[in-house]
Structure formats: structure tokens, C-alpha cells
Design a protein around this ligand. Structure first.
Ligand code: HSO
Ligand code: ZN
Length: 440
């Protein structure tokens, strides 16, 4: 059911050539872009009326207002079981601990006497978070988006999630309850590209946001790409990926369970084992055959995800090659289940998040490690990071020079301005010294 890729016996190619040997799902955001454009522009021109019409068309829900009333949040919170509430609270507490430690303080560098550059950190004014509906109702993702925004000090945080017919046109109650636990009271019933457009342009009931973050399907990813430049985004989230780098010390039952855990998200989810032990690969395959039928979402997600071209058992000639393979792949989640796992994990350069050793499965990180689970997919881990406090901050350089400090460097500024044929740049300095460049 899961394919094998045998990279043993020959020297591995480098970088992109190696990546091309590794499986990945097709996720064509460009094609989806054409479809979301008219929807986004419709929301631009008709505001709430367009949102209400799309809720009818896409979600079969008749909305009177897109803003969710405060009572609905309170009721959803009251409807949580004690266990779920306690688990969400623990998840929030741990995420806050980690993200609070990411806060930035201003830093001043004295370049010369009288000349300083300070980097100050200012949160984005207003952020729109997106929480999907349908098969991905994840209150944990509300936490992973809201906590870094809040810890960054974003003054205005709103959330949108699709209206659900079975909940009277409101977003899913666990999403609303998570908002209540997080202290988010501005919630909108809007889904997919329409929600992103609502935040990007603003409507009668929703003021525009400067940034939109949160997972979603291909339409959400396409809308984020459409608005890039107008607003900030996190990453264009693609299907979930897990890679496991393992040797013969790994427990095949655990490896199989972890591969299945992320295959559970989506038929396009990727589960990749990279190992130098053929015996482990065989044992993991046997475990998959036992564990997959015993789980819930087999037909619609897990079986197609494991059988898809994006998933594989990859055999390599030793851990050095294994590291090259996982670095070329740049997984969203990478587990290292080898002897001396911490040392091996330390050498990984490309991954959204790394899970070290036998006691750190990806599902711990999905919910309760304190780490963030909004991570780069599709190989974007080679150039981007997961969501953090930093994602919601802007670093602003504040330049403060005295007369003497400017005089000291004036001739270099004038020289460079002339070298670039921009004499007016030089003139702005000369004007301050009676048009004579101070010579040191
Ligand atoms: N593994 C998903 C996040 C998630 N898991 C939400 C469970 N709920 C993408 O990182
Ligand atoms: Zn997950």
C-alpha cells in the first residue's frame, strides 16, 4: 500500500536533484487562483451581502449577520466537556509559555559616537485568523494562531470560520469555545476565500486586517496568494507532511502509528520514512497493515494518503545519507528516531519542526508540546519558519545621528550617491553643511 524508493548503492545527487527523487503531493495553488479572484473581488464590491450569498451557496446556510453574537461564544464554552476544556486550557498554557519567551526587546547599536541604530519591534495592528470547517475542525489550530499573535501584543485579533448548517449557521462550537477560552470575542461566520477577502478588504461589519494567518484548503491558500502585498500572510498551508528519520533502534509500531497520525488529516497528506534499515522498513510496513484497518478514517484519508505518490518508505545507505534526504525534502514535521537522536536532530537544517527521540511524536506537537503546529509545508521549510511571535512583529530601524556623526560619514554618502548617479541624494547631506562636504 505504501511505495518504496531505494536510494542505496549510488552516491546521492545534491539539492534539487535529490528532492526531485522524493515524493510530494500536487497542490496547484496557481490554478486555484483564477477561481478565487472573482469571489474576492465580489466581496470587495458587495461586502457583507456577498459573504451572505456565498454562505448560502457554499455552506447552505442563511445568514442574517456575519458577526457571531457574544452569547454564542459563551454558550459554546458552557457546552464543552470538562475533559476537552481542561485539555484546551493545558494546550493554551504550554503554548503561552513557549511563545512568551519569543517576545523581542528593542536593541540599540552604537555605530559611531553620536550615531545609533535601534531596532524596535512593533506588533501588526490587526490580524484576522482563519479556522477551517468541514473535516478540519481544529480548535488546536485556533490556539496555535491566536497565542503567538496575542503574545506579540497584536491589539486587535479577529477570527473567521465557515458557518455550519448543523449548528444553526454558526461556526463549529468547539472553534467558538476555543475563541472564548483565548479571549477572542470578534468572530465571523465566513469560510474559505471569502473569509480571507473579508479580512483583506474589510466589509460593513468587519474592519480590514493587516495580516491573515491560519490553515485552510487550496482556496484559502490561493486567496492568501492573491492578497499577498496588500496584507501579510503566514505560509500557504498545503497538505500535512511527516517524515521520520529512523535506524534499527526505532520501534516499528511507533513509527507506523506516527505516519498514520498525519495521514489521518487528508488524502493528500504525506507520510515518509527515511531509514538505513531494510528490516525496519519491512516491520513498519507490517505494522501499517495491522494498524491502518484498526483506525477510523481509513477509506477517505489514511489509505489514499499512504498509497499516494507523496508517501513512501525511502531506503538509504546510512544516516549521513538519511540526513541529506530529509534536508532535501524539508518536511513540515520531522521525527528523528535513531540512536543518539539529539545529536542527529541537531544536524538537521531543513524542517518545519523536529521531534527528537522516542517520546516526542508529532501529535504531541500538534496539541500540547508548547511548540507551534502552523508550519511550512511543500518544502517551504527550506526557506521559511513556522508561526511564532516574530511572525506578527515588524522590526523597525530607528536611525539617530548627531551633526558630528553625520559630518563624519558625509563624504562617503556623497561619493556613493554620485556613483549611483543620484546627486540629489548627496545634496540632501551637503545642504546641511552649507553645501560643502566635510572632509575628515
Ligand atoms: N498536524 C496538523 C495540525 C493539527 N493536528 C491540528 C491536529 N490538529 C498540521 O501541522
Ligand atoms: Zn496533526
Amino acid at each position: 500500500m505504501i511505495s518504496r524508493i531505494d536510494l542505496r548503492g549510488e552516491a546521492l545527487p545534491e539539492g534539487p536533484a535529490l528532492r526531485a527523487l522524493l515524493p510530494r503531493a500536487d497542490f496547484d495553488v496557481t490554478a486555484a487562483l483564477e477561481k478565487v479572484r472573482p469571489i474576492c473581488e465580489d466581496v470587495h464590491h458587495r461586502g457583507d451581502a456577498a459573504l451572505i450569498e456565498y454562505a448560502q451557496r457554499f455552506d447552505q446556510v442563511t445568514l442574517e449577520h456575519v458577526r457571531v453574537p457574544a452569547e454564542a461564544l459563551t454558550e459554546a464554552l458552557a457546552g464543552l466537556t470538562e475533559e476537552v476544556r481542561a485539555a484546551l486550557e493545558e494546550s493554551i498554557r504550554r503554548a503561552r509559555t513557549v511563545h512568551r519567551a519569543q517576545r523581542r526587546t528593542p536593541h540599540t547599536t552604537q555605530v559611531v559616537p553620536g550615531g545609533t541604530v535601534t531596532e524596535k519591534w512593533v506588533p501588526v495592528d490587526r490580524v484576522g485568523l482563519y479556522a477551517p470547517g468541514g473535516r478540519s475542525v481544529y480548535p488546536s489550530s485556533v490556539i496555535m494562531n491566536a497565542v503567538p499573535a496575542q503574545e506579540a501584543g497584536v491589539p486587535s485579533v479577529a477570527l473567521a470560520s465557515p458557518p455550519q448548517a448543523e449548528f444553526g449557521g454558526l461556526p463549529h462550537p468547539t472553534i467558538l469555545a476555543a475563541c472564548a477560552l483565548l479571549g477572542i470575542d470578534e468572530v465571523y461566520a465566513a469560510g474559505g476565500a471569502t473569509a480571507v477577502a473579508m479580512f483583506a478588504y474589510g466589509t460593513e461589519s468587519c474592519p480590514p486586517a493587516r495580516m491573515v494567518t491560519g490553515p485552510g484548503n487550496i482556496w484559502v491558500a490561493a486567496a492568501k496568494r492573491y492578497f499577498t502585498g496588500l496584507i501579510g500572510i503566514d505560509t500557504e498551508a498545503g497538505p500535512t507532511e511527516i517524515a521520520v528519520l529512523a535506524d534499527d533502534t526505532a520501534d516499528p509500531a511507533h513509527v507506523a502509528a506516527d505516519l498514520i497520525s498525519q495521514a489521518e488529516h487528508d488524502p493528500l497528506a504525506a507520510a515518509v520514512l527515511v531509514t538505513d534499515s531494510e528490516a525496519l522498513a519491512d516491520a513498519v510496513e507490517k505494522e501499517l497493515a495491522v494498524q491502518v484497518p484498526a483506525t477510523r478514517h481509513v477509506e477517505d484519508r489514511i489509505a489514499p494518503a499512504l498509497a499516494g505518490r507523496q508517501s513512501a518508505l525511502v531506503l538509504v545507505d546510512g544516516l549521513e545519507d538519511g540526513l541529506k534526504v530529509v534536508d532535501a525534502y524539508g518536511a513540515e514535521h520531522l521525527e528523528v528516531q535513531t540512536a543518539d537522536a539529539a545529536a542527529v536532530a541537531d544536524r538537521v537544517r531543513n524542517a518545519g519542526a523536529v521531534f527528537v527521540g522516542p517520546w516526542a511524536p508529532v501529535s504531541l506537537g500538534d496539541y500540547c508540546a508548547g511548540s507551534n503546529h502552523v508550519l511550512p509545508t511543500g518544502g517551504c521549510a527550506c526557506h521559511s519558519s513556522g508561526l511564532s511571535v516574530q511572525s506578527f512583529l515588524r522590526g523597525i530601524h530607528v536611525v539617530d545621528y548627531s551633526r558630528e556623526a553625520l559630518a563624519d560619514v558625509a563624504r562617503h554618502v556623497v561619493t556613493l550617491a554620485e556613483a549611483e548617479d543620484l546627486p540629489a541624494h548627496g545634496a540632501a547631506v551637503k545642504a546641511r553643511f552649507d553645501w560643502k562636504v566635510p572632509q575628515q
